[in-house]
Design a protein around this ligand. Structure first.
Ligand code: ZN
Length: 139
């Protein structure tokens, strides 16, 4: 049985909007919430040298976002990024798997493609092992 991650519908909308605003490059940010329920997305700047193929959040921005979460009493739950519209899939790339250091967090991958059947997919990535999670969207 697939594990389930719960997310507010609003977050779903935020991620799609963020990815579609820049469909030709990767966008990224963090996911936060309470009791495992993702209630908010915080967009971050993609500082990767090649933002068309990679994403990277600057350490200083992570520190700033963590402070923001503490202030709002939210838990850090995961990281999201998009794969540009010329890529067929929103599955973790070999690089995504290699760079997944936060083993407890959930990775959301978004595609800006307008007719994608699963525009947002969730994964847990631990020691190079990828498991897809079901996303339960709550109002
Ligand atoms: Zn990726």
């Amino acid at each position: 049985m697939k594990k389930t991650v719960r997310s507010r519908r609003k977050v779903y909308g935020q991620l799609l909007k963020h990815a579609r605003r820049q469909p030709h490059r990767e966008c990224c940010g963090i996911l936060a919430g309470q009791d495992g329920l993702i209630t908010q997305a915080f967009p971050a700047k993609n500082v990767a040298a090649d933002p068309i193929r990679n994403y990277e959040i600057a350490p200083s921005e992570i520190v700033r976002l963590m402070g923001e979460l503490r202030k709002r009493r939210l838990e850090f739950l995961g990281i999201y990024h998009s794969h540009p519209n010329w890529l067929d899939t929103n599955e973790p790339s070999p690089k995504d798997i290699a760079l997944a250091h936060h083993s407890e967090s959930i990775y959301f991958i978004v595609t800006p493609r307008p007719y994608a059947t699963t525009p947002i997919r969730a994964f847990s990535i631990r020691n190079g092992r990828v498991v897809e999670l079901d996303i339960q969207v709550l109002p």
